[in-house]
Design a protein around this ligand. Structure first.
Ligand SMILES: Nc1ncnc2c1ncn2[C@@H]1O[C@H](COP(=O)(O)OP(=O)(O)OP(=O)(O)O)[C@@H](O)[C@H]1O
Length: 343
């Protein structure tokens, strides 16, 4: 069996842009033409190794959720392919396709909207293993009790409804439901973003325990770099549909090599940041309907020079396990490179 559990190879995903009211009016009056394509993912390459925790970070709208859904097989890519255990997931049929879908579970941000309010917790957790015949019907209830205990909830709560739980408890129910089908890969899409900070830490600890207990691989999606720090082995930074940096978690914090990663780090309040050269990120993220040419980050980058405006930087290895898509790394290392603004 390959060491690579899941991979995105040259994956792009485009959506038809949904025009808002003003855009629809402009189209109707002839002041604008038919919209427009959203370039949610643009040539993404990512390998996720068995057993690792990968943090996926970037500003809102950069394509994190889309990448998670494409990797899970919930959305087809417009270009490129997704592999699972070395196999193109488009080639999977019947029982193999079902096995892949069950083995990859997504845990979403808002547990309330993903838990059916009219069903008891025992039904919510027990439904999928029962429907898929993973456990005999008479054992479902005992299994639900075990799963509740595994995620730190009292098994006697199995007959309650979702609204009778707190936000953190509901997220634990969502995790138990995902575990019920014996996945080996969890995609956590902003799974703790809606929780209080103290509860966030508890749920992160739960993910870490479950990872060890069940040999899970995790793709942990967050807009907040500080959240993924303690959970991730590697961190992937996305900007406007592209991967701009992949680094071991410690390296990304101590020696970022993409100006966008450095700017994201600036936004994390820390007392030991004196002497850093990078300034906080400026301006809005451009629209994925009309991304800038060359390096997508160049309009906001304090180091941009002519080449950045014209040529897409390839993701290249710049250090041990560290890949960066930035023209600055073709010459001197970024950290030692003086600002080239205005070149
Ligand atoms: N089904 C869809 N139809 C049209 N556009 C979409 C669709 N899904 C996502 N998009 C667009 O694709 C881009 C990437 O969205 P995505 O949700 O993947 O970003 P994200 O980084 O996860 O953002 P957030 O953190 O806000 O969820 C956005 O511009 C979004 O509006």
């Amino acid at each position: 069996m390959t060491d690579i559990l899941a991979a995105a190879e040259g994956v792009s995903k485009r959506f038809r842009h949904k025009p808002d009211f003003a855009e629809r009016l402009a189209i109707r009056l002839g002041a604008a033409t038919e919209p427009a394509t959203v370039h949610a993912l643009d040539g993404v390459d990512l390998h996720i190794h068995r057993g690792e925790v990968v943090g996926l970070v970037g500003e809102s709208g950069c394509g994190k959720s889309t990448l998670g859904r494409v990797i899970a097989g919930m959305l087809p890519p417009s270009e490129g392919r997704i592999t699972r255990d070395g196999q193109d997931i488009r080639a999977l049929r019947g029982a193999d396709a079902r096995k892949m879908r069950l083995a990859t579970q997504i845990i979403f941000q808002d547990p309330m909207s993903s838990l059916n309010p009219r069903k008891r917790v025992s039904e919510i957790i027990g439904e999928a293993p029962r429907v898929h015949g993973l456990i005999p019907r008479r054992e479902v209830r005992a299994e639900v009790g075990k799963l509740l205990a595994t995620v730190g909830l009292d098994p006697t709560m199995a007959d309650r409804y979702p609204h009778q739980f707190s936000g953190g408890q509901r997220q634990r129910i969502g995790i138990a439901r995902a575990l019920a089908v014996n996945p080996d890969f969890l995609i956590c899409d902003e799974s703790i973003a809606a929780l209080d900070v103290s509860i966030q830490a508890q749920v992160i600890n739960l993910f870490m325990d479950l990872r060890r207990q069940f040999n899970l691989t995790l793709l942990f999606i967050s807009h907040d770099l500080s959240v993924v720090r303690h959970i991730s082995d590697r961190v992937v930074i996305m900007y406007l549909g592209r991967v701009v940096e992949i680094s071991p978690a410690d390296t990304v914090f101590d020696a970022p090599r993409h100006p966008y990663t450095a700017a994201l780090l600036e936004e994390i309040p820390r007392l030991d940041r004196r002497g850093r050269r990078f300034t906080a990120i400026k301006g809005e993220i451009p629209s994925p309907v009309n991304p800038p040419p060359g390096c997508h980050f160049h309009p906001r980058c304090p180091h941009a020079f002519d080449r950045c405006r014209l040529e897409r930087p390839a993701l290249k290895q710049v250090g041990a396990g560290q890949d960066v898509a930035c023209h600055l790394n073709d010459g001197n290392g970024l950290i030692d490179t003086p600002s080239r603004q205005g070149e």
